[in-house]
Design a protein around this ligand. Structure first.
Ligand code: GDG
Length: 717
């Protein structure tokens, strides 16, 4: 703030940086953020910079226009209302979005000036959701955590955001994405799966070259600070002051920023109803309502201020007596001692937001109860509700419920108060704000370690060189290649799965070299393979090893197979098609496949599990095998697989170079039957029996191209 022409640095009330100061003292850390004022004077900026540097902070200066469009605009008129289920308040304005993007980029530039790939970057909250993605591009190897302090809404709501893809992609730049509750993490995973089509398992999301984790970390408070506050002389003095004014009356306390998500007017209406319905409590109870000014330039906040003022005036006008004011309304930021004294004195804490990411006031209220006495009423829509099972819980939309809860709280037996509060205090003490931060950073580092383990087998230049050298010096080469996901990227659109000109050209070059035998080993039907590759000098394997075509001869079965079972299994698959819109059955000669790549991803996964359970039970006596592949379930004769088919070629002659490439687990059967000298390469980052991993089908093509262009007479350098 500015005072008498000078810049004075003050920490914001309840600020995260203050709460975590002891945690960060263990690190060589730096906070990067907006300093809280707009300044156009270079002299003033210099002063801010110097003062902040001294406190291990770095300012990102924003203009008045940026504050209006980025902070008041996109952050607080688009994201905040949407994520708090106030859809009717959402403004989708392209200029807001552009400025949000621009400011995130500005943060990225500032971070990149000081960070290296060895640093840990922890990005906080909804104002910076694009930043992790931008940083990932700038510093690919860096460790990034992102924590969202507000709720993440359900998919149905999130999907209405015009920039949903960009926001999710931005968040996925992090290695760990943290939320206050499991429900928010679940909503996020569901949005990522449905909007970006990214697969997940056990809260891990698999991207092309990384796995990232989403999880819940319920934020804690500085427990000792609140628990010990009652012992501070300055707080004792404030308690005395409060008591001298309010006397022995009961105190109900509410503390919030002025925000529509906090349901302040609803609480006032409930208190009004309480006084109406319980005349005996008039003059015996006062509501102390602390309202902290917030986002005062945003229209809905201005209107809310007027509404609160009017309601307080109405209730006080209606019930006040000469010696009693029903509502003590404090519209300002209180010093800590005053706040702590109010927490201490209050008999009832009334915390009833419509939605709240966590709500720290609820935790601070209980932590402040040194003598264990006091009753908390908490909205079930606050994240904090997950950790406080025994307190008085309300649905904030029901005035009747809040009124009844006030009555219950004012009559709650002391023994019950003690038991409930002591139990919660134990949890708050253990998982305090420092433990929360430690937990987040530990999980982040573990996630990074797991990523590294998955990349241990990654192809690098050296391995590539070895493969190319070995290829070059050999005379009898066998290339075993899977098609979907390996030679061709996986696609939802059937039109896009045919081989393209680039691929045909690579295969042609490879097959033109007389030393090479190229075999495409696929799960596809033989008719399809023949249509696509019939003109090339490649050998083909269809239906995951059922059909073989060698040297352009007729197709042959790998062994005599039965297909009568198909009549029995087909109706079951058709039942799953009816129950799962978008799914379909593919009928092959000796197998049946239920595909769900076009179905809703969440429903598809659930149905696939059900189907597998159903089929495993039915097929136990039929010597059939049920395979779960990429967005499909396949049923085929047991014992026939790509590995057995590959074996036919491996045994054909004494090869001096064998390479096999495949992306899904049906290809693992090939990797298993290869001799030790062969090169096996998995496409993707999942665990594998293969010796090496390569990121994508694009890189497969690059490698094959390099092989195809090897000049046999010259060693590569
Ligand atoms: C967001 C999410 C999530 C309030 N008045 C005074 C004052 N405070 C302090 C409180 C508390 C903090 O401000 C408010 O935190 P809340 O959690 O209640 O709410 P938001 O500001 O909306 O915070 C929320 C939080 O982020 C953390 O992730 O829990 O859900 O919306 O610490 O003590 N402090 C002082 N005087 C006041 O008058 N000194």
């Amino acid at each position: 703030m500015r005072r008498e022409g000078k810049i004075i640095l003050t920490p914001s009330a309840g600020g995260l940086a203050t709460g975590l100061s002891s945690f960060f003292s263990a690190y060589d850390s730096l906070w990067i953020g907006w300093p809280g004022i707009v300044s156009n004077s270079s002299h003033e900026r210099e002063e801010i910079l110097e003062q902040m540097q001294a406190k291990k902070m770095k300012p990102v200066f924003l203009t008045r226009r940026q504050i209006e469009k980025y902070y008041e605009g996109f952050s607080n008129k688009t994201i905040w209302p949407l994520f708090h289920y106030f859809n009717q308040y959402v403004v989708n304005d392209k200029r807001y979005w552009e400025t949000y993007h621009q400011v995130n980029q500005q943060f990225c530039d500032e971070v990149a000036q000081v960070a290296t790939e060895d640093d840990i970057i922890w990005v906080h909250d909804y104002q910076l959701m694009l930043l992790p993605g931008m940083l990932r591009e700038r510093l690919p190897g860096v460790t990034i955590g992102f924590f969202l302090h507000i709720p993440f809404p359900s998919f149905e709501l999130f999907r209405t955001l015009p920039w949903r893809t960009e926001i999710l992609s931005g968040m996925l730049g992090a290695d760990l994405v943290g939320f206050h509750t499991y429900d928010y993490a679940r909503h996020f995973i569901s949005a990522v799966t449905r909007i970006l089509g990214v697969d997940h398992s056990l809260m891990k999301l698999t991207l092309e070259d990384r796995t990232i984790r989403a999880d819940s970390f319920p934020m804690g408070i500085d427990f000792d600070k609140f628990f010990q506050a009652s012992q501070k002389p300055s707080v004792k003095k404030e308690v005395k002051n409060i008591r001298s004014v309010i006397g022995e009356r009961k105190i109900i306390l509410s503390v919030d920023r002025l925000d529509y998500s906090k349901a302040i007017t609803q609480r006032l209406r409930a208190f009004n109803q309480y006084l109406e319905c319980h005349p005996g409590f008039r003059e015996k109870v006062s509501l102390v309502m602390v309202v902290v000014p917030s986002r005062t330039k945003v229209e809905h906040y201005k209107k809310l201020k007027i509404e609160v003022d009017e309601l307080v005036g109405y209730i006080n006008g209606k019930f006040s007596t000469l010696g009693w004011t029903p509502i003590w309304y404090l519209y300002r930021n209180l010093p800590f001692d005053m706040l702590a004294a109010l927490y201490l004195c209050a008999d009832v804490g009334l915390v009833t937001p419509y939605r709240d990411g966590m709500n720290l006031v609820a935790k601070e209220f209980i932590a402040s109860k040194h003598n264990g006495k006091g009753a908390l009423i908490l909205s079930e829509m606050a994240g904090a509700a997950d950790e406080m099972s025994d307190i008085i819980m309300v649905n904030p939309s029901s005035i009747d419920e809040i009124e009844a809860a006030i009555n219950k709280a004012l009559h709650l037996a002391e023994d019950d108060q003690l038991q409930i509060n002591r139990e919660i205090q134990k949890k708050l003490k253990r998982y305090n704000v420092c433990r929360w931060a430690e937990d987040f950073i530990e999980t982040l580092l573990n996630t990074k370690d797991q990523q590294k383990q998955l990349l241990t087998k990654s192809m690098d230049h050296q391995i590539e060189k070895t493969i190319i050298n070995s290829y070059q010096s050999s005379q009898h080469r066998l290339l075993l290649l899977d098609y979907d996901g390996t030679l061709k990227a996986f696609s939802k659109d059937p039109e896009k799965v045919e081989p393209d000109d680039e691929l045909i050209a690579i295969l042609k070059k490879l097959t033109d070299q007389p030393q090479n035998a190229v075999v495409i080993i696929s799960g596809r039907k033989r008719e399809t393979l023949e249509k696509w590759f019939g003109d090339l000098k490649v050998d083909l394997v269809g239906e995951h090893g059922v059909w073989l075509r060698i040297n352009g001869a007729d197709w042959e079965l790998i062994e005599k197979l039965e297909s009568d079972w198909k009549q029995e299994i087909l109706p079951i698959l058709e039942l799953y098609v009816d129950r799962t819109p978008g799914s379909f059955v593919e009928t092959k000669d000796y197998s049946l496949v239920w595909h769900y790549r076009k179905a809703d991803p969440g429903q598809g996964i659930v149905r696939a599990r059900e189907l597998v359970d159903h089929l495993i039970y039915l097929t136990s006596n039929l010597s059939l095998q049920v395979l779960e592949g990429n967005k499909m379930v396949e049923i085929k004769t047991a014992g026939v697989n790509k590995g057995r088919a590959a074996f036919r070629w491996i045994g054909l002659k004494k090869w001096d170079f064998i390479i096999a490439l495949g992306d899904d687990w049906t290809d693992e059967d090939i990797f298993r039957v290869l001799p030790d000298t062969a090169y096996s390469i998995k496409v993707g980052i999942a665990s594998t029996e293969a010796k090496y991993k390569i990121k994508s089908s694009k890189e497969v093509r690059t490698l094959l191209n390099k092989l195809a262009e090897v000049n046999s007479d010259e060693n590569i350098k």
